[in-house]
Ligand binder design. Structure first.
Ligand code: ADP
Length: 264
């Protein structure tokens, strides 16, 4: 009873002669409603906070520029590049929010076509190569080149799934490490695995990893341009494709993300 919320309704209990014999109490379990309300409130508070933070930065840098910093070209350029980064972060946040809202309202239009997952994986790795190399990471890609990893899916969404998982592996590997991308298939299931040697995730955090806005280390995520929505979008996208996602991790050792699609 402790974890639950109830609305209580009282009514007098009358016997056949119309005399009051006691009270009838109706307990209405409103736990689900309460939890949903709570989640909605937290979500709105999170969105407001996440938008206000970059806005505050942009505003204070603008003021400093107006107050004279604009005359120092070097400082002005520094400020402007921070402002650009913050504006980019806000754009990403709004895009992610719109995406989630479309999913929630079941308005997500999926363009389902046959595709070869192997090609998408290769292209996504290629697109991120510059970030991988900049941080000194090594990437190993492993798949049976002869095999066709065909599935029916929305290629833009599948790309997004891969992009988010791979960019997390890059972001959360502080020292140069190895990112291992593996694709394999048994007759009915294609498995995609992204394994990193990064900072890892402790068990209590791992349980909350798909929650919207959940981040193990807010400052670190923010400094990397993260919104805390990436993995929740990934999970929704995987499920829209009737797939499964799981994450295992060891703090200080690394993280493995596994996505499976049924292709029977
Ligand atoms: P973010 O935008 O913060 O990266 P995500 O939803 O993609 O948001 O991830 C949520 C949090 O999970 C991250 O802030 C980070 O703390 C943790 N995380 C995700 N992927 C990894 C990883 N490969 N290694 C370590 N931590 C990770």
């Amino acid at each position: 009873l402790e974890d639950k919320f109830y609305n209580l309704h009282f009514a007098p209990y009358m016997n056949a002669r119309g005399e009051s014999e006691g009270v009838v109490v109706v307990m209405q379990d409103v736990t689900t409603q309460q939890k949903l309300d709570q989640m909605r409130k937290e979500f709105v508070a999170n969105v407001s906070h996440e938008l206000r933070t970059p806005l505050t930065t942009v505003k204070s840098y603008t003021e400093t520029l107006i107050d004279g910093a604009i005359d120092d070209r070097e400082i002005a350029m520094q400020f402007l590049s921070v402002m650009e980064k913050e504006a980019d972060r806000m754009t990403t946040l709004v895009q992610d929010l719109l995406e989630l809202s479309r999913i929630d309202n079941k308005q997500m239009q999926l363009d389902m076509r046959p595709l070869d997952l192997k090609e998408i994986v290769k292209e996504t790795i290629e697109a991120q190569k510059i970030h991988i190399e900049k941080k000194g990471h090594r990437i190993i890609y492993e798949a049976d080149e002869e095999m066709i990893y065909n599935m029916i899916g929305d290629s833009a969404r599948i790309r997004q799934i891969l992009h988010n998982i791979l960019s997390n592996a890059i972001k959360y590997s502080i020292d140069p490490g190895t990112i291992h991308v593996k694709l394999y298939k048994n007759p009915n299931i294609i498995t995609l695995q992204v394994k990193d040697t990064g900072i890892g995730i402790a068990k209590p955090d791992l349980e909350r990893i798909f929650e919207r806005f959940f981040r193990v280390d807010k400052a670190r995520s923010r400094s990397q341009g993260g919104t805390g929505l990436g993995l929740s979008i990934v999970k929704e996208m995987v499920e829209l494709h009737h797939g499964k996602i799981s994450i295992t991790s060891k703090p200080g050792k690394g993280t493995t993300v596994t996505v499976q699609f049924n292709v029977s």
